[in-house]
Structure formats: C-alpha cells, structure tokens
Ligand binder design. Structure first.
Ligand code: LLP
Length: 441
C-alpha cells in the first residue's frame, strides 16, 4: 500500500526514483508525489463522470473540480487542469495559485464561510465561474461587489442537507449544528435563492452540497443528491428558475493502511451518482442538471508519501512485559497533523533497504515537544531499524503539506514530484532563514 515499488536491492522507489538517492540529494523529511499517479487519478474522475453523465444516458454532463485544500501548488494545479479538471479554491491563496497556474476563472470555484471582500473582489475580477455563497449576508456582499465592478457574478448556494456522513466530527459538514452552508430545513437556503434571483448583479447557477470527508459509503452522497435535486425542483416550481447545475462536493475516502476498506473507484462513484440523479429527476420532473464534484483527497492522497530519516530508537517497556520500539523521525506533527488532530491511522515502511530481522511492534514518533506527536501509532517494523534508516509513510499526499506548520520553528519540508525515474522540486524546502525572516522584533 506504499504506492511505491522495491528496487532489486530492496530500497523503495516512487515512479522509478530510488528514495535513497532522493534523500541524499534533497534531504529529509520530504514529501514525494507521483506526478503520473495524480494525473491518472484526475483523468479517472474526469472520464468516469464524463461517461456516466452523457445526454445519451439521459443526463446533462459533469465537471470535476479538484479541491485544492488537499494540496495545491502551481505544478499540481497544472497537472489536474491538463487532465480536464477545474479547481475548487477556498481562499485568496488557493485562488492565486490556480490563476498563476493558468487555470481560467471560469474553471475555478470559490468556497468559504467567511470570505473577505478582497477574496470576493478577486473572484469577481477574474470571472470565477462559481462563487459558492455560504450565508445570507454574503449574498448581499457579492451582489454589491459585482455591481461595483459592473459585472454579473455566477453564484451557487451551499445547502446544508442534514445528511450526517464523514468520519471525524471536525470534517463532517452537512448536519445542522456546524458553520457551513444554508439550511434546507430552516429555509435559509431558499431565502438565499430568492435574494439571488432578485439581484441584477448575480446569476444563480446552481445548488451545492458537501457532506464531509474521508467517506467510504456512498449512501450519504446519494441522500444529499436527492435532497438538493428536490430543492432544485421545488424552486423551479415556485420561481420558474431551473438551475442548470448541482454540485455534490468532495469527500471520497482513500486507503491509508491495509486495514482500511477498499474505497469506491471513480467509475463506481460516477455510476452510483448517475443512477440516483436520473431516478430523482425522473420522479421530480425537471430535466437533470449538469453535475459537478470536488474531490481533493482521492486525487492526491494516495499519490504522495513522506520520506523521513530515523534518529533515536528507544525500547519502552509496556504493562505485561512486552516492549514497544519508539522510532523517532526527523519530522512529525508539523508535517502531518492528522494523527494528532483526527486520530488518523497511517503505516510506515523501511525505505532504504530490505531487512531479514523479525518485526517488532513499533510506534513512529516525531521530534516535537509533545507526547501526542505520533506519526504512526502502531506498525510492525524490522527489529533492526536504526538511526540513519529511511522510513516512508504512504498516503500523505492530501492534507499533509497543506496543513503543515512550523511548530517548534521546524521549517516545512519540500514537495518533490517523481516522474520517469527522477524527482524535481515543486515546492522548495523552507529554510530557517525563511522562518526567522518573519521575526522582525
Ligand atoms: N469541497 C468542499 C466544499 C470541501 O469543504 C472539501 C473539504 C472538499 C470539497 C474536498 O474534500 P475531500 O475530497 O478532500 O475529502 N483536513 C481534513 C479534511 C478537511 C476537508 C475539508 N473540506 C483531513 O485532513 O482529513
């Protein structure tokens, strides 16, 4: 499950790039992302949705927007865009990277529950194809900013459907008691629609639903799709405005460890959603909308790993007489906050050699000053793992670098793109000078 292969002499390689050579040239920790894997995952979503949502299938087409929060850099934005995806941005920073990569405004969406005036103005000025409004005050603010710019902003309404899905509480987003979206049940989504339809500087392109993240069971997406399609039909009845588009958000889960269930493939996801959309539209009446989705994790997560160097190894006695090897690496919660934040499980593999030593129960920990700084809770590693060995932690391509911090003033690792047997730097390593340069006191 490393997404990597073994060389003849037992080292791991990503896209043919030997991780020993990568570490020697670029240092560790480092994120290594397989460019062709990201491209293939992007293409798989674009193709699956393109083929499932055709007019011959009684549907109206589909678009895939890559959710840049998972990890965005100019190179990644180019890759996914070249494979046919748009970009879902949620801040001025993500918007700037997408624009810098040459992604046109109409292929970009902007999210956020608290967008600044600057963010909205940038989106309006660049003709962002879908500003996803998240509150009633925001409707007025976008309308005013677009009017001031003499343009018409294309907006979607983010609807809270009440569907409860998604692993951790912090990443589930469609139940009522959380900060995102406009409520279907309480009628605020409907109110936003009426206000948008009444505003000359706004064009209502659709409804949006995002129910959560790292979801493996597609039933929640189906329930949310039915709910937003019903609302679209009700609005068409009441106002005569049939919205051309419905966005079903992101959230498709991936496999982090061998214990995780196999995630649905893009083909399976597209097929299931197409079936639900077709059935719901047949039952409700209005012709089907164009469908869009916003996968992030499932596009980049499995394509990336983190490469660390082992430092201190310590055997700790456990109750009952067993021991646990605490294997410290040269990064930790600053480059992967997910274990500490969500209790997320990862695995690790010895990356620089094969070992015949029997496995021991190990815990991979970081170098930060807290005991919760755990990279991998429980993993079987060869008993002879020692300082200087390399460890690879797979499936860190999403929400690794993008959520990295400089905690303890540890500079953030680079992102290296592996392709055809070599790597190139796409995000350079942060230096201590970068970090200290901000301190002007
Ligand atoms: N669309 C919207 C509106 C979202 O809020 C998100 C994720 C996505 C799409 C992409 O979801 P994905 O396909 O990546 O699951 N930091 C957390 C995940 C937070 C996700 C927030 N929104 C983690 O590390 O698990």
């Amino acid at each position: 499950s490393t997404g990597a292969t073994r060389t003849d002499d037992g080292a791991l390689a990503v896209a043919g790039a030997d991780l020993r050579a990568v570490a020697a040239e670029h240092g560790t920790p480092a994120y290594v992302v397989d460019e062709q894997d990201v491209r293939a995952r992007s293409r798989a979503f674009a193709t699956a949705f393109g083929e499932a949502f055709t007019t011959e299938a009684g549907l109206a087409g589909a678009d895939v927007y890559y959710a840049g929060k998972a990890f965005l850099s100019v190179a990644v934005a180019r890759w996914v865009h070249e494979e046919g995806l748009g970009i879902d941005a949620s801040t001025a920073g993500e918007l700037a990277v997408a624009l810098r990569a040459g992604v046109p405004g109409e292929a970009i969406g902007l999210h956020g529950n608290n967008k600044s005036d600057d963010e909205l103005r940038t989106a309006v000025d660049h003709g962002v194809g879908r500003i996803v409004v998240d509150s009633l005050p925001e409707v007025e603010r976008v309308a005013a900013i677009a009017a001031e710019a003499g343009s018409v902003a294309q907006v979607m309404v983010r609807v809270t459907t009440g569907v409860h899905a998604g692993g951790h509480e912090f990443i589930a987003t469609a139940h009522e008691d959380q900060k995102f979206g406009l409520s279907l049940a309480a009628g605020t989504a409907r109110k936003a629609v009426d206000e948008i339809l009444a505003a000359d500087s706004l064009e209502l392109v659709g409804l949006h639903s995002h129910i959560g993240s790292q979801i493996l069971d597609l039933a929640g997406f189906e329930a949310a799709a039915r709910a937003v399609l019903r609302l679209r039909a009700e609005i068409a009845d009441a106002t005569g405005h049939l919205m051309p588009e419905v966005d079903l958000g992101g959230g498709y889960g991936i496999r982090y460890t061998d214990e995780d269930a196999l995630p649905p493939t893009p083909d399976q996801i597209a097929e299931r959603l197409a079936t639900v959309v077709r059935a719901a539209c047949a039952e409700l009446g209005p012709r089907p909308p164009r469908i869009s989705i916003e996968p992030g994790r499932s596009v980049v997560g499995p394509a990336g790993l983190t490469l660390y160097t082992v430092g201190t190894v310590k055997d700790v006695a456990l109750d009952g007489g067993a021991t646990r090897a605490y294997v410290s690496v040269d990064g930790g919660m600053s480059d992967n906050i997910r274990p500490a934040l969500y209790g997320a499980a990862y695995t690790a593999a010895l990356a620089n050699r094969r070992s015949a030593a029997p496995d021991v129960t190990a815990r991979v920990v970081g170098k930060h000053c807290e005991s919760g700084d755990i990279v991998v809770h429980d993993v079987a590693l060869p008993g002879d793992v020692h300082a200087g060995d390399l460890l690879a932690v797979p499936a860190t391509g999403a929400y690794g670098r993008s959520m990295a911090s400089t905690y303890n003033l540890v500079p953030r690792p680079p992102v290296l793109a592996a392709s055809d047997g070599s790597v190139r730097v796409i995000v350079r390593r942060e230096t201590l000078e970068d970090v200290l340069g901000l301190d002007v006191g």
